[in-house]
Structure formats: C-alpha cells, structure tokens
Design a protein around this ligand. Structure first.
Ligand SMILES: NC(=O)c1ccc[n+]([C@@H]2O[C@H](COP(=O)([O-])OP(=O)(O)OC[C@H]3O[C@@H](n4cnc5c(N)ncnc54)[C@H](O)[C@@H]3O)[C@@H](O)[C@H]2O)c1
Ligand SMILES: O=C(O)C1=N[C@H](C(=O)O)CCC1
Length: 269
C-alpha cells in the first residue's frame, strides 16, 4: 500500500461525489480509500468506478462511515447538512481532515461543526474554486473603497436540482461585501424581493437566485450607483474546479493544528 494520504468521499454517487472520486483516484497525490453513501443505496458494496459505469477504481462504496474514516487521513464531504454534521463528529474521532463543501448549513449545524474542529482539522467553504475565492477578496476590497451610495446586489444561477438558496458562494460573497463595508450581513441581508417591496433600503445587500437546467454555478456581485456600475463575475463551467480545490484542501490540512479553516487559508490569498 502507498503512503499517500487516504481519502474517503462521502455522498459518492452525487454530482460532486462522482467528480471527487475520479479526481482523487487520478491525482497521484492521494489514495481513494472508500466512498460513503446512505444505507440502502444501490451502490453499496460495489467498486466506485464500476458503479459510475467505468473501470474499477479499487475502492468500495460503504454505508459504514466509522469503518471507512478509520482507514483515511481525509474525508471530502459534499452531501447535505444533517449528514455533514454527523460526519464532522466521526471524522474528528478518526482524526481525519474533514473538507466540507456542503452548503445550506444553519447556525446550529455550524456550532456542532465548530465543536468537532476542537479535535481535528476542518476546512469549510461554500465554494472551493480558486476563481471564486479570488472574487471574494476583490469583493471585500471594492466594498471597502465604496460608500453606501453604491448598492450591493449578489445574483446567482444554478442547476434545477439545487435545494438551497442563496447559494453558499453568494453568502460568502455577501459576507465579504459586508466585512468590507464594516457591517454585519445578518443586519444588511435582503433576499428574494417580490410584490410591493417599497424602495430599496440604503446600505442593504440584496440576494437573487436563478434555478434552471444544468447551470454549474454563476455569480455576479453588482455595485450600482447613480450613473455607473461595477460588476464582478465568476462562471463555473465544470465541477472539477470545486473537486480540485477540495482535494487541495484535504492535502493542505494534513499535519495542521486542529481548527476551522477556509479556502482563503488553503490558497494563501
Ligand atoms: N463548496 C463547493 O465548492 C460546492 C460545489 C458544488 C456543490 N456544493 C454543495 O455540495 C452539496 C452536494 O451537491 P451535489 O450537487 O453533489 O448534490 P447531490 O444531491 O448530487 O449529492 C449529494 C449526495 O450526498 C448523499 N448523501 C446525503 N446524505 C447522506 C448520508 N447521510 N450519508 C451518505 N451520503 C449521503 C446523497 O445520497 C447524494 O449522493 C450541496 O450542498 C452543494 O451546494 C458545494
Ligand atoms: O451545485 C451546487 O449546489 C453548488 N453549490 C455551491 C454553492 O452553493 O455556492 C457552489 C457552486 C455549485
């Protein structure tokens, strides 16, 4: 067996899970140890590659995260909030680096993840791509430079199967804008206007979500003033950008002090 870090991909049959399994297996930097799926899932017991309709990858799909995590140094998790909270505790027990891409996490979920991070390394980001994390930096810088004469709106578009809104990325961008402006996003946030909304309240940060087709992920941060606009845009056309970022995070986390990190830490931005 090689001494490359062993990685478990949770939610391995999902859109991101499949992409992650392929990228980890082909990386030459890590070993694909197992894929985790829900009990009763049709893929349980199969080789991951075969289940995906391709060549064997030499790692099986299991519904036993405890056993799988015990054989791994990293867990890459793009699933759903309840699963991610459970996996955070289990990954911490196994002292495996837990990379969390799952979005739609509530405050209570984040508290539990924070507790797990006292014992192990957790890297969490609503978007793992280099481009979006760079955009986050730029958003903060521009928001620092502009006053409230500039209205800030975040517009995002995703595929029809996405279940949460605003997207994790939109919230990251909104947090960056709020930090640049020196306000709390909780106070400034306005989502999904409809009906007689009244005029726009000065200083708010607006969010709009589009859902349709197979859109991978598109985000605009609009700074709109009288007579001019600045628009920052990121367009993802391939989920590989998220998967490559997640693998990079799992490798970066090896040997680090327990705690919560994000992709800005990983990428050194
Ligand atoms: N941070 C990022 O860069 C990034 C990028 C893409 C997607 N995402 C997020 O990742 C998550 C997944 O996205 P997706 O498009 O792959 O969704 P998906 O629905 O295609 O896949 C989710 C998978 O998780 C599995 N799952 C759910 N609960 C489980 C459990 N308890 N045990 C084992 N497996 C379980 C499901 O069976 C499914 O296979 C979403 O929250 C999405 O917003 C984040
Ligand atoms: O496909 C998704 O779901 C995505 N989720 C992340 C988000 O919520 O921002 C990243 C982009 C794709």
């Amino acid at each position: 067996m090689s001494d490359l870090p062993g990685i478990v991909v949770t939610g391995v049959s999902g859109r991101m899970g499949r992409m992650l399994a392929q990228i980890v297996a082909e990386s030459g930097k890590a070993r694909l140890v197992a894929g985790v799926e829900r009990p009763g899932h049709a893929w349980i017991g199969q080789d991951i590659g075969v289940a995906m309709g391709g060549a064997p990858l030499g790692a099986l799909v299991t519904d036993d995260p405890v056993e799988a995590f015990a054989r791994a140094q990293g867990v890459i998790d793009f699933t759903a909030p309840a699963a991610t909270v459970e996996f955070a505790g289990l990954a911490a027990q196994a002292r495996a680096v837990h990379v969390i891409g799952t979005t739609g996490l509530e405050e209570a979920d984040l508290e539990k993840i924070g507790a797990a991070a006292r014992h192990a390394v957790i890297v969490r980001a609503g978007n793992m791509s280099l481009g979006v994390n760079l955009l986050t930096r730029l958003t903060r810088k521009i928001a620092e430079a502009l006053d409230e004469d500039w209205d800030i709106e975040v517009v995002e578009a995703h595929h029809r199967m996405k279940v949460d809104a605003p997207s994790g990325t939109a919230l990251m961008l909104g947090e960056a804008a709020a930090a640049g402006r020196g306000v709390s996003l909780k106070d400034a946030r306005v989502s999904g206007r409809d009906g007689i909304t009244g005029v726009r309240e000065r200083g708010t940060i607006g969010f709009s979500a589009i859902r349709g087709g197979d859109i991978v992920g598109e985000h605009d941060v609009i700074f709109a003033a009288d007579g001019e606009r600045v628009i920052l845009r990121h367009v993802a056309t391939d989920r590989a950008v998220f998967a490559r970022g997640a693998l990079r995070a799992a490798l970066w986390g090896q040997g680090r002090k327990p705690g919560q990190y994000d992709m800005i830490d990983v990428l050194g931005l």
